[in-house]
Design a protein around this ligand. Sequence first.
Ligand SMILES: Cc1cc2nc3c(=O)[nH]c(=O)nc-3n(C[C@H](O)[C@H](O)[C@H](O)COP(=O)(O)O)c2cc1C
Length: 458
Amino acid sequence: MALPGKQILVNAFNMNSVGHINHGTWTHPRDTSTDYRKLDYWTSLAKTLERGLFDGLFLADILGTYDIYGGNVDLTLRESIQLPVNDPILLVSAMAAVTEHLGFGVTVNVNQEPPYTFARRMSTLDHLTGGRIGWNIVTGYLDSAARAVGRDAQTGHDLRYDQADEYLDVLYKLWEGSWDEDAVRRDKAARVFADPAKVRKVIHHGRFYDVEGYHLSEPSPQRTPLLYQAGASGRGQRFAARHAECVFIGALTPEAAQKTSRDIRAAVVAAGRRPEDVKIFVGINVVTDRSSAAAREKLQDYLAHTSPEAGLAHFAASTGIDFARYGLDDPIPYGETNSIQSATKLAQTQKWTKRDLLAKHALGGRYPALVGTPAEVADELERWVRVGEIDGFNLTRIVAPESYEDFADLVVPELQDRGLYKTEYAAGTLRHKVFGAGDRLPARHAAEAFRPNRLAAE
Ligand SMILES: Cc1cc2nc3c(=O)[nH]c(=O)nc-3n(C[C@H](O)[C@H](O)[C@H](O)COP(=O)(O)O)c2cc1C
């Protein structure tokens, strides 16, 4: 919970693509995001983030393309609105090799692959990173993703979460239940690598998944990766309440963040956990410089390169509404959506027209922007944490990597002076760094039911 004097958590928010949140800024002369396909772009970014003591690099991902706006992908391609987009998982080993502490939160859709193979990929990364891997659980919101793999449309909104619940159960069985803690002996003299009595086959026959098999990886430092989630609808929050350790919310004001944050913590408590068992992150833009005037000038320079229309095309995909069909001041019939319910509901409540939406996407995206000197930005960050009852931020890149460098060089020292930011990394796994309570999920988490001691008792 937001307490005075607590340290603020910060992730860099990024994607293995050119356009991410702030559309259009790839055209800025100092922006290097078109190099996203080169390894040194990522290794150099990881080193910058570790220099700034960022808690993690949070990598978004999307399966499918943004084809709602105008009914095609023309603008999506011209402005590179999350297309092309490369696989985020493949970046992690390289970045882990050049860092010691930085965490990695990787978005993977539960529809991407069966839980059995996904469990091994995460365990592999947990081993290779020394326990620095996190997973952002997403269920998808694009019909284009379903069509790309031979289905007519995506599964219904709430059913997607039901399926994801079972996907997680299978993963917990594999990560937490298949191998006992002392299963691996590595005893050369006795010729025993692993004790067969301490490794068990997972047998799962459910509504969506059938699995019979041993987890392919031996226990990794965290076993289950640190779990991120971003669902904000009622069903999405119930899913978060059961599984998520870090919840990523979109909020335009600290007051809006407070409401969402209270709702999430109440749902977490209803699920038998503690309010502080989830850390809540808000997506934020920061534009800073040594003087207020220089920061405002920097903002104007960024604004000259953004594409509000590309931002709107992204929002069209999030809501499933083709805004290209409407005049600037036409009322927009927001209805039920099978895409991101929370995004659509907000637009509906506010009765946003296309003109309103273009203005909201002035920076190419809709995230709140904090603009000013490091002290002014720090004041605002403090206010967001206090009023919003949040724990930290996912910091966007407006211009890459400048946005992260400015934060590391200017804002971090200011926050450190106020005692609001770490001055060195804590030792241990990502989960331990974030919660300070060990490497593994606590016993009050849903995963506990799938641990060997619990399985044996049944
Ligand atoms: C801030 C934020 C970031 C998200 N990032 C991704 C992402 O990278 N990939 C993705 O497929 N979905 C992403 N989503 C979508 C969510 O995972 C989820 O599918 C969506 O919010 C639907 O939730 P709701 O209908 O419960 O609100 C994001 C959502 C929010 C609010």
